[in-house]
Ligand binder design. Structure first.
Ligand code: NAP
Length: 294
């Protein structure tokens, strides 16, 4: 069994990006600039944005945070997006989700210029992803592809089972693993809360990707001997022993499942660190105009 060390892979990829940015600087080329829009004071969102900004600094990108109170109206937010869409210095930006209930997330995502949509949530990028055309792939699935690539895990002809069908993780992951490319060429089964007899599917998976948000949901008997298990779950669970008062738990019972696996991602330190790296990669692509040429 090999542990997929997302933290180590993320460090390698960040060092590579930092070197490329340094060369861009000395060559007078555009230094990537990522902006984040943060609405309200959701603790997790604040942490996610702070981590993204910190990662930008580590690789030498410029970054900006646009903060608004949760009383901002939908129209005001759409105006901000329009301004950033037209700001030539900002290569890519994200709107940290969730947004307050009075703002329609879809409307906001659709307002982002696809060429700056480095989260890959705009339907233009989703459509391109399905057609295997140049696009920004949503950060978490993109990070998982990079992990699979880094460990040279065989995917062709394998049965990949994805549990969870969210727009940001499960659904794009299922499409990516079925595309005619590497990583990909899997036969994919997408499971969700209405799936009957889930264990029938998970126990037949060569590659099991779990994105539910239910700590400890996947038990040892749900996994096939030799499977590759990618645990996307990341839930804060109260933990009095920790200074912060909580610890992060995955969807998989690691101690039961790991001995059966050929590869497994731990939580924390597996998928999480790669999500931010994937966002940085998308931003670098945006600065280089690799996906859209305008
Ligand atoms: P989500 O939008 O809540 O989706 C959860 C999915 O799980 C849904 O499709 C749901 O099915 C399915 N589900 C729930 N209960 C189930 C059950 N009993 N059996 C089968 N399927 C079930 O969550 P998400 O945004 O995809 O996130 C999933 C987890 O990944 C969370 O813990 C989140 O924190 C974590 N995450 C981690 C990262 C990272 O960087 N590591 C990034 C993103 C998300 P229905 O569609 O039928 O409701």
């Amino acid at each position: 069994m090999e542990i997929i060390d997302g933290k180590a892979v993320a460090s390698v990829l960040k060092a590579k990006m930092a070197a490329e940015v340094a060369i861009r600087k000395t060559s007078g080329l555009k230094v990537p600039h990522l902006a984040a829009i943060l609405v309200g004071h959701n603790g997790s969102s604040e942490t996610y944005v702070a981590n993204k900004i910190k990662a930008c600094k580590e690789v030498g990108f410029f970054s900006s945070t646009f903060r608004y109170p949760d009383t901002i109206t939908e129209d005001e937010l759409l105006n901000v997006i329009n301004l950033i869409n037209n700001d030539n210095d900002i290569d890519g930006f994200i709107v940290q989700l969730p947004l307050p209930k009075h703002i329609a997330e879809n409307k906001v995502i659709n307002a982002i210029k696809p060429s700056k949509d480095v989260d890959g949530f705009h339907p233009e990028n989703t459509g391109r992803m399905i057609k295997n055309l140049p696009c920004y792939i949503a950060a978490t699935p993109y990070g998982i592809l990079k992990l699979i690539e880094h460990y040279k895990i065989e995917t062709k002809g394998k049965h990949c089972v994805v549990v969870g069908r969210s727009n940001i993780v499960g659904s794009p992951m299922s499409i990516l693993m079925s595309r005619d490319t590497y990583p990909g060429n899997c036969t994919v089964t997408l499971c969700h809360s209405k799936t009957q007899n889930l264990i029938e599917y998970t126990s037949k998976a060569d590659i099991l990707i779990v994105a539910l948000g239910k700590p400890g949901f996947v038990k040892g008997d749900m996994v096939k001997e030799g499977a590759v298990v990618i645990d996307v779950g990341l839930t804060r669970v109260e933990d009095k022993a920790k200074k912060s008062g909580f610890s992060l738990k995955g969807d998989v019972i690691y101690d039961e499942v790991a001995p059966k696996c050929s590869y497994i991602t731990p939580v924390p330190g597996g998928v999480g660190p790669m999500t931010i790296v994937a966002l940085l990669e998308n931003t670098l692509k945006a600065a280089k105009k690799e996906v859209y040429n305008s």
